[in-house]
Design a binder for this molecule. Sequence first.
Ligand SMILES: C[S@@+](CC[C@H](N)C(=O)[O-])C[C@H]1O[C@@H](n2cnc3c(N)ncnc32)[C@H](O)[C@@H]1O
Length: 546
Amino acid sequence: MTQIGSCAICLAPAEQKCGNCQWVHYCSRDHQKQHWKTHKQYCTPATVKTDEKYGRYLEATRPIKPGDVILKESPLITGPAQVTPPVCLGCYKMLEEDKTVPCNKCGWPMCSSECSARDVHKPECFYTQNRGEKVKISTYGVPHPNYQCITVLRCLYQRDHDQKLWSKLQALQSHCEDRRDTDKWNNDRKMVLEFIWKFFKLETTFCEEDIMKCCGIIQINGHEVPLLEPEYVAVFDKISMVEHNCRANCNKSFTSEGDIILCAGSPLSPGTHISVCYTDPLWGTEARRHHLADSKFFECTCERCSDVTEFGTMYSAVKCKKKNCKGYLLPETFILPILHKTTSPDPKTRGLDNKFWKCPVCEDAVSDAIIQQLLQDIGKELSALPKEDPDACERFIEHCSGYLHPSHYYITDAGLALAQMIGQQHSLGLAGVSDDRLLLKTQLCRKITTLLETLGPAETRLRGSLLFELHAAVAETGRRKSLLDGPMVMLGYVTESRKILSESANLLRHEPVELPEGQVARQARINLIQMDDLIEKLSNALPSPL
Ligand SMILES: C[S@@+](CC[C@H](N)C(=O)[O-])C[C@H]1O[C@@H](n2cnc3c(N)ncnc32)[C@H](O)[C@@H]1O
């Protein structure tokens, strides 16, 4: 069916759309030509499609290279996170007692009078003034219930103040039927809906359906923006169309201004579904699938979830315990129906005793309940590890290696923490760690970055940060070797380290300086210049072949 929109120039009903992005309508070729100067800045190499499984999704319209920006857009709505200590409702900075300026119209504490005057603060200011009594916040630094409803209230405000924005928000997925009666739904009813009705006296203004739908729109489409601590929430328009894949081909990052950027992580040919990972790609398949079912209301059947070996990485595999067997146990499938409104896989209530994990080498079979118990115990051990303790981390990895595949998610998780810890705690940095630890860091960084290339090629933030760690370890190894074998061995190591660093800088190039990854990217650019200098000096010092 042809969709009728309104012409971007004259607003007349229009059937034709931009052939590339299929987003903007035109009534005539003349108006399309006239609009091109503006539109070409926003015309994206992706278009919205619909099907039964995904609903609306984005598809590439032309070949896209890794690193290409597919979309960049400003939020439709921003607001504080649902559970947050008091933050400025203009800029989201955390508020400190005695350093706040109450908005003179509504009393909400702000960081400055400039922030009170920001448009973003208008909705709660408007409804607080109508309520007839100013807000008074007296506890800071801990989550405050008054903030739970703010982002929802800001959505609701648009109904009577910005029809276009309201329509865009209302068109987003909210899964109202699936959410009904979940714990989150019941909490939202109490902490958001009742607060809006009672505190703001809006019982006759906004009905239950409108409020709960806005809660759903934020739950399904909201992004936590990590530019500040605590994070705030933003809902975007086009980015909301991007589907999930556990081995996504794109990633999102934020600009310092809070815009979102969607970037390709692998080459995309026309017709490819554009995807990001809605969950943590470093979790095991069961945890990812449960998280998606509980928070986004679909059961993931992507290529990664469908392949128990996770592209041959054996990321969820458990060691076979039959005597002398060197095989690994895996279930036949991870794609089992998940009962909605449950939380995580609980070995006691799964009732899956008739499911088995099998070893292809010795054909042994172990019941799912036994495996779940083992994984639960190891998971508990991992969460109880003391923070910032590399020895404890190393002991955990050694112990778990008796039960799990070397690339198992629990071992990878601990390995990642260990790789980042080595060198961080020493006042001399990597120069202060033992040769063994330096080698371990190098091996862990290499192993996990390679694993990430397979499991999450678009996870550029983590891969870029780990490659930065790796470049430092390789350079330090070179420095130590040169002390024994003379300065010339250094050249090979520095050249390798520079290559790794250049990849890291490239992967992190969109990260804003507010994020640790943006700081790493900045340092990487500085190090690159220094390394080029060093490589030149070492090359010039090489004896001439003549
Ligand atoms: C942010 S929205 C994406 C746009 C949505 N498809 C729409 O039509 O508005 C997230 C929702 O899309 C659907 N979805 C996204 N990725 C999916 C996937 N891999 N499999 C099934 N459904 C998916 C789910 O309903 C999910 O809650």
